[in-house]
Design a protein around this ligand. Structure first.
Ligand SMILES: C[S@@+](CC[C@H](N)C(=O)[O-])C[C@H]1O[C@@H](n2cnc3c(N)ncnc32)[C@H](O)[C@@H]1O
Length: 201
């Protein structure tokens, strides 16, 4: 039997043009503060945030289509109107698509650590990423990063020191509502702990 063609969810954000910067109201029509979850995976964090903060908008960015569809479906089932998901590569999204000074908080949680030395240059957080991040954050906007991989954490600290255009903020656990991601739960169930960093533009 022929497979039914899959329809695209209205919550999957598909840019009209991938070769120019978006304007903010192309993503969400209203003017709520925008938060981005880069590599949102199965969307556990993204959806909990969207439920908790209806006064903010949340865009998940994820390259795997199955995950994008899954997150959109769960958001639709939960009747969330402040979530969308973009299927695209994180760095491209930051460098070329997101409007300048449009993002109030950008979350990068448990990104691929590329643990082998010969692959380290594939890590997302590097000088060009930080420059693109600085452009898209609003004044006072924040970057929130977590990893279970100590060498990646050290790498990010060094990159940030070299970049030197952000202020580091304290991030005590009870500072604000911040749900655990799917990977965080997995790593913690294996006895691993995470390191976290909070920066401000
Ligand atoms: C280790 S998982 C973490 C998922 C989620 N942030 C969490 O903590 O549960 C990394 C996710 O980022 C996605 N990803 C990895 N590299 C990416 C890239 N360059 N652009 C977009 N998504 C990416 C993967 O497909 C995966 O879903």
């Amino acid at each position: 039997m022929a497979k039914k063609p899959q329809t695209t969810s209205p919550l999957q954000f598909i840019p009209q043009d991938y070769f120019r910067r978006l304007s903010i109201n192309e993503i969400f029509a209203d003017d709520k503060p925008l938060e981005i979850d880069l590599g949102c995976g199965d969307g556990t964090f993204l959806l909990e945030m969207a439920k908790h903060y209806p006064e903010r908008n949340f865009l998940g960015v994820e390259r795997l289509l199955g995950r994008v569809r899954g997150v959109c479906k769960r958001a639709e089932d939960a009747k969330l109107t402040n979530v969308k998901v973009l299927r695209l590569e994180s760095k491209y999204t930051l460098e070329w698509l997101l409007p300048e000074e449009s993002v109030s908080r950008l979350h990068l949680l448990c990104p691929d650590p590329w643990p082998k030395a010969k692959h380290a240059r594939r890590r997302l957080v590097q000088q060009d990423f930080l420059e693109a991040l600085r452009k898209v954050l609003t004044p006072g906007g924040e970057f929130l990063f977590k990893t279970d991989h100590p060498p990646y954490f050290e790498w990010v600290e060094e990159e940030i020191e070299t970049f030197s255009k952000f202020n580091q903020l304290e991030w005590p656990e009870d500072a604000f509502f911040y749900p655990k991601t799917d990977f965080q739960k997995l790593w913690e169930s294996q006895g691993k702990s995470l390191q976290a960093l909070r920066l401000q533009k």
